[in-house]
Write a protein that binds this ligand. Structure first.
Ligand code: KE4
Length: 426
């Protein structure tokens, strides 16, 4: 007898490619059928068959205050009762702009959009328009959404042009993107020495969360800042994932590096569709209708989405909010490493703020190449062993995990109990 999840998955696949509206949700990396979720509250999810899970995906980052936080739900309900959308300016958009600029001081002006992809796509166009150059630099393993210029993998050598990492991306588009190795400061230096005057922008996840969690090595972000300043390239920190998660002011606050532009998403929408790009006033004033770089959006600054974002940004400023979620992630990581050790499983883990990484490798990877050395098959078995025991991890060995303010000792203890059995079942 099929479960409701199986019935829904079969039905979904008839009308939606792979039955999902975003590829990672299809569980293809880990195998098996995805759980169709129906309800969430705090640190918990419930699927179509009534199974309850402790959630470490958090909708891929936005749910930093926990699911259906009363303050966020009430703000959304109140905003929705007034209007669902205007397509005209509102006071709430001023409030969220002022809040973002206050919390992330490198952002002097900000424009809202409806996704992280829109934010990075717009930031790149702005950087190219400001610098009057075409070449952009990204890093292998970093994901910045699905704009053509960013769906590019490393070319044959670091100084050669990139190749499309997706069908449908024209070769000439990919040719304008150089893909370097994350944390390879010498390669950054060599690239700028050779082509610095052609580079419009460098875009980087200041803490990488899309090749699993990889931290910047000392000197890496500093090298990006120094080379961009020296050669007149725009430094873009993609903080869609790290914003308000690795610190209240994002990774740039934690590492003390000031980018020229920052992209945001996820947390600033509190689960509703909001992205943003912002930064130096002299750059942002090139955006239409002030300047020649066009960018627009029907639902940009949507009042219901902004209400959710404002309520969430209020919560993240709460007393001890950041220190509590950081401590929760640290206790999870320490406990998992202890359980793996007791089971003699080669495993490592680390956290930064409320983000964490789990690796079936003796030590946390510091590069894309080292991430590729992790035992992906073991992760997949661990993923399913945990899912069966009511713990919902990201369905890919190449994703970071997230805790929220709703995760407490009971959730961590239950997770470690599940892990104790899961490590032994590997
Ligand atoms: P969206 O277009 O998905 O809102 O944001 C794209 C994006 C940009 N920059 C960073 C650093 C991101 O992590 C993302 C999106 N993150 C993925 C999770 N790895 C979203 C999950 C998905 O693709 O379904």
């Amino acid at each position: 007898m099929s479960t409701r999840n199986e019935t829904l998955f079969a039905r979904a696949q008839r009308r939606i490619p792979a039955g999902v509206n975003s590829p990672v949700r299809a569980f293809r990396a880990v195998g098996g059928a995805p759980a169709f979720l129906e309800r969430a509250a705090g640190a918990y999810l419930w699927d179509a068959d009534g199974n309850r899970y402790i959630d470490y995906v958090g909708s891929w980052g936005p749910m930093v205050a926990g699911h259906t936080h009363p303050a966020v739900v009430e703000a959304v309900q109140a905003a929705a009762a007034r209007a669902l959308s205007f397509g005209a300016p509102t006071e709430a958009e001023i409030e969220i702009a002022e809040t973002i600029c206050r919390l992330v001081p490198s952002i002097e002006m900000v424009r809202l959009v409806s996704s992280g992809t829109e934010a990075t796509m717009s930031a790149l166009r702005l950087a190219r328009g400001f610098a009057g150059r075409d070449l952009i630099v990204k890093f292998e393993g970093c994901y910045h959404g699905h704009a053509d210029a960013l769906l590019v993998k490393a070319g044959s050598g670091a100084l050669t042009f990139g190749n499309p990492s997706s069908a449908g991306v024209p070769a000439q588009t990919a040719a304008q993107t150089l893909v370097l190795d994350y944390n390879d400061t010498l390669q950054v230096q060599a690239t700028f020495t050779a082509r610095g005057d052609e580079i419009a922008a460098v875009i980087v996840e200041p803490v990488a969360g899309n090749m699993n969690l990889v931290l910047p090595k000392p000197g890496f972000l500093e090298a990006l800042r120094e080379n961009c300043s020296r050669h007149g390239a725009v430094l873009i920190f993609d903080e869609v994932m790290t914003g308000f998660r690795v610190a209240q002011g994002g990774a740039q606050a934690r590492y003390g590096i000031q980018p020229d532009l920052t992209t945001l998403g996820k947390v600033i929408g509190g689960g509703l569709p909001v992205g943003a790009f912002g930064g130096r006033r002299d750059i942002m004033e090139r955006i239409a209708p002030l300047g020649p770089v066009y960018q627009a959006g029907t639902l940009s600054g949507n009042p219901v989405a902004v209400a959710a974002g404002l309520a969430t940004l209020t919560l993240v400023q709460g007393k001890d909010f950041q220190s509590r979620i950081e401590a929760t992630a640290q206790s999870l990581v320490a406990g998992l490493m202890a359980e793996a050790g007791k089971a003699n499983v080669v495993f490592s883990a680390q956290s930064i703020g409320s983000m964490f990484g789990l690796y079936f490798r003796a030590s946390p990877p510091a590069s894309f190449a080292e991430v590729m050395q992790c035992d992906r098959e073991r992760f997949n078995r661990f993923f399913h062993a945990m899912l069966e025991r009511g713990v919902y991890l990201a369905p890919s060995a190449y994703e970071a995990g997230f805790v929220s303010a709703a995760h407490g000792g009971a959730e961590i203890d239950a997770t470690l109990g599940a892990a104790r059995e899961a490590f032994r079942a590997l």
